[in-house]
Design a protein around this ligand. Structure first.
Ligand code: HEM
Length: 233
């Protein structure tokens, strides 16, 4: 931990630099950002093709297949990030900052202070872990939307690729497909969940900027550098 002296008007405030996000955490965040961008661009195309290939007499412009293969490639990147992140959250002993946030969810005082903070009427509550209660709930919702996208994505996938993973998952995914009301429904759910993710991203970026401006702890920088700045008491 590193301490620096900063002059703020007439008061001397000591702030210290604390490692908030590990290398794995930051890397997985940006890999997911890239994957979600690719999945949205290609997903919108699959839903309603918005570009057409150059006209040529050769039947070689399989543009739909190209978009779908990039979608599937980054779909599997998302799946691997999901597995890695779940393992990290639950089992990595050296970083308990995320899982420690669960404790705050059971404190009514914490909830009211946090909501008050967002309305600019109370001070930020003390956090036991890395996330505040509202943030934690939003990330949980995102986690479940990701599970939904992965499962519906895999159902769509086994209809297109019948070998390898597609073959292994075929029977179980067909059962799930029936439970979800058929393939047309699955496609609709997959699409709607994408809009859920879009909503999450808009709120996530707004809140990140809000916290960076009002918290003055370098919270946006921290997802690149790993470090946040805290006032020393
Ligand atoms: C953030 C994550 C994801 C987003 C935003 C997304 C978005 C979309 C969208 C919008 C569609 C078109 C649905 C329609 O026709 O209306 C689609 C189709 C599809 N997605 Fe995803 N998806 C995601 C994750 C995944 C994952 C994890 C997989 C698993 C491999 C996957 C596999 C597929 C497949 C196979 C199709 C159908 C392709 C076809 O019809 O040929 N997606 N996705």
């Amino acid at each position: 931990m590193e301490t620096v002296h900063k002059k703020v008007s007439t008061d001397e405030v000591q702030i210290e630099r604390k490692l908030e996000f590990s290398t794995f955490y930051r890397l997985h965040h940006w890999v997911r950002v890239l994957s979600i961008i690719v999945l949205m661009v290609t997903g919108f195309y699959i839903a309603a093709p918005y570009v057409s290939p150059a006209v040529t007499p050769e039947p070689t412009n399989f543009m739909n297949a190209l978009f779908r293969s990039w979608h599937v490639i980054f779909g599997f990147v998302m799946i691997s990030m999901f597995i890695g992140k779940t393992y990290y959250f639950l089992f990595v002993k050296s970083d308990r900052a995320e899982i420690n946030s669960v404790k705050d969810l059971f404190s009514l005082k914490n909830w009211s202070k946090q909501i008050g903070y967002y309305f600019l009427v109370t001070k930020h509550p003390h956090l036991t872990g890395a996330y505040n209660v509202v943030q934690f709930m939003a990330y949980t919702a995102f986690y479940f939307m990701t599970i939904g996208l992965i499962l519906t994505g895999l159902i769509l996938y086994v209809h297109v690729y019948h070998q390898g993973i597609g073959g292994i998952l075929y029977d179980s995914m067909r059962h799930l497909e029936v439970m979800l009301g058929g393939l047309a429904n699955v496609r609709e759910i997959h699409h709607l969940l994408m809009w859920g993710v879009i909503l999450f991203i808009i709120v996530h970026i707004y809140m990140a900027v809000f916290n960076a401006v009002y918290g003055k702890e370098g919270s946006i920088d921290s997802i690149i550098s790993g470090y946040k700045w805290h006032e020393k008491h």
